[in-house]
Design a protein around this ligand. Structure first.
Ligand code: SAM
Length: 238
C-alpha cells in the first residue's frame, strides 16, 4: 500500500512559495517582460482562487477547475493577456468572464477601476467575496451576458474576454474607447482558437493582431457566440 505523509501548513506554504518563484521564472523565460505584470502576479495568492483539492497545484502553469464546469486560466495566458492589453494605472477596464476572480485581482492591482461580468451568479459572488477578503475593492461586478458588454459604464480603455467566441461581439468593439484595446480568444469551442488583439484607432477603424493559438471555455452569450444555446464543455479549457 502506498502511504503519503500529510503536509503541514508551513510545509505547504514553503512549497507554494518555491513553486510561485519557479512559475515567475518560467513566465519571464516565456517572454513576459513587463515588470508591473510580473509584480502583480507575484502579489496575488493563486492558491486562494483554486478549488481545495488543487491547492498544491496552484503554481503549475495550467488551467484548474473552479466549479460550474469552468476553469481558472493558465497563469501564462493570464500574464500574456494582461501584458498584451498594455494596461495603465489610469485605465477603466472591462473583463468578461470573472470566473474565480484571479485575472480580476491582477487587473485590479494594475488599473484604476475594473468592471467584471460573469454568467454564473455563484462564481461571481464567490469571486467578489474573495477579492474583498484580500483587500481588493476597486471593482464592480455583475451577473449576466458579458457578450453585450456593460453599456452604462462604457467607454472602456481596455476590454479583456476570458472565454472564446466564434466572432467578436459587436457591442464590445462599440464600447471600446478611442485607442482602446480588446483582447479576446476567437474560435469555435472545440476547434481552433486564436488569441486576438483589436485596437480601435482614433478614426474609429480597427487594427487586428494575432497573439497565437489558445484553448478557452466558450463564451456563452447572445452576441458573437455561434450558437446561443451552446453548453460549456467543462474543465478542459483555460
Ligand atoms: N478570468 C477567469 C479567472 O481568472 O478565473 C477565468 C474564467 S473561465 C476561463 C471563463 C469564464 O467565462 C467562466 O467563468 C464562464 O462562466 C464565463 N463566461 C462564459 N460566457 C460568458 C458570458 N457570455 N458572460 C459572462 N461570463 C461568461
Amino acid at each position: 500500500m502506498h502511504y503519503t505523509a500529510p503536509v503541514s501548513s508551513s510545509q505547504l506554504s514553503s512549497r507554494l512559495s518555491l513553486a510561485k518563484q519557479k512559475l515567475l521564472d518560467e513566465l519571464k523565460a516565456g517572454g513576459i517582460s513587463d515588470e508591473c505584470v510580473l509584480e502583480a502576479i507575484a502579489s496575488i495568492p493563486r492558491e486562494a482562487f483554486v478549488a481545495k483539492p488543487f491547492v498544491q497545484d496552484s503554481y503549475e502553469n495550467r488551467a484548474l477547475p473552479i466549479g460550474e464546469g469552468q476553469t481558472i486560466s493558465q497563469p501564462y495566458v493570464v500574464a500574456l493577456m494582461t501584458h498584451a492589453a498594455d494596461v495603465q494605472s489610469h485605465h477603466k477596464v472591462l473583463e468578461i468572464g470573472t470566473g474565480s476572480g484571479y485575472q480580476a485581482a491582477i487587473l485590479c492591482k494594475l488599473v484604476r477601476r475594473l468592471f467584471t461580468i460573469e454568467r454564473f451568479d455563484s462564481l461571481r459572488l464567490k469571486a467578489e467575496k474573495l477579492l474583498h477578503s484580500i483587500g481588493i475593492f476597486n471593482f464592480s461586478s455583475k451577473t449576466g451576458d458579458g457578450s453585450k458588454g456593460w453599456a452604462e459604464q462604457a467607454p472602456f480603455d481596455r476590454i479583456i474576454v476570458t472565454a472564446a467566441s466564434p466572432t467578436v461581439p459587436p457591442s464590445l468593439l462599440e464600447q471600446l474607447a478611442n485607442s482602446g484595446i480588446l483582447i479576446i480568444p476567437v474560435g469555435e469551442p472545440d476547434g481552433e482558437q486564436k488569441l486576438m488583439r483589436y485596437t480601435k484607432k482614433t478614426d474609429g477603424s480597427i487594427a487586428e493582431y494575432c497573439l497565437g493559438p489558445v484553448r478557452f471555455v466558450p463564451l456563452v452569450g447572445e452576441e458573437g457566440a455561434a450558437d446561443k444555446n451552446i453548453v460549456s464543455n467543462g474543465g478542459n479549457g483555460r
